[in-house]
Ligand binder design. Structure first.
Ligand SMILES: [Zn+2]
Ligand SMILES: [Zn+2]
Length: 224
């Protein structure tokens, strides 16, 4: 397992190595859209340290479809005495929803599960809580930055206020899992997940399918 390899290089650094290992494995076993890596993180003293990081996407349920929110989690050395750092990642062309309840403009997450973090809290429960919170209020929308401001606000009011979608509206076809906006016209190959719009298909993160994390060799436009 790739994680064993990366983790063994750093196990001396973690005070509670067993907990880090079991919590990360529990999380990645529950979410196959998440994988582990070693990443550089600037600590409070301004020093770059290498930490175990969990990267990928987490599923949310929105407008009767499943979408995937890009997420990075960093496990600091005192984990779980110290809570992990958690960031929503706005890929190119995406913006963080302004004044989001759980995410600041840098993407950093402030869910109450994090603010109430204890030694007995764990990564799987954190991600479950974020998934529920982001289902109620997705943290990302598609837009274009100008020099001074974001000019494209979400066209659909349910985007910024998803808690009040008109329930009488006919169910729309699910939209792209990354931007939640455009049609799902493109499929990842070889896995075959048709979940992306054209724009997002060109901006795939780590060249991995956002649904199954399989490496994408080709992206194909699908004609109905
Ligand atoms: Zn898209
Ligand atoms: Zn896939």
């Amino acid at each position: 397992m790739h994680f064993e390899h990366t983790f063994n290089d750093y196990q001396q650094t973690y005070k509670h190595e067993g907990r880090v290992r079991s919590d990360v494995i529990e999380l990645t076993n529950s979410y196959n859209t998440l994988t582990t890596s070693i990443r550089e993180l600037t600590n409070d003293a301004g020093v770059d340290i290498n930490v175990v990081s969990i990267n990928g996407t987490i599923p949310i349920q929105h407008r009767d479809a499943t979408y995937y929110i890009p997420l990075d989690i960093y496990i600091t050395y005192d984990y779980p005495s110290e809570k992990p750092l958690c960031f929503v990642v706005a890929l190119r062309g995406m913006n963080i929803v302004p004044s989001h309840k759980y995410v600041d403009t840098s993407g950093k997450c402030y869910h109450h599960y994090l603010s109430n973090w204890t030694f007995n809290s764990n990564l799987k429960q954190l991600v479950e809580n974020l998934s529920i919170a982001f289902s109620e209020m997705p943290p990302l929308y598609q837009g274009y930055q100008t020099q001074n401001s974001t000019v494209t606000q979400p066209q659909n009011p349910t985007r910024t206020n998803p808690s009040a979608p008109p329930s009488t509206e006919p169910t729309e076809a699910p939209t792209c899992v990354i931007c939640l906006d455009a049609s799902r016209t493109h499929a990842c190959l070889p896995c075959g997940h048709r979940v992306l719009c054209e724009r997002c298909s060109r901006l795939l993160r780590d060249n991995k399918c956002p649904v199954c994390r399989e490496t994408v060799e080709y992206v194909a436009k699908i004609y109905d």
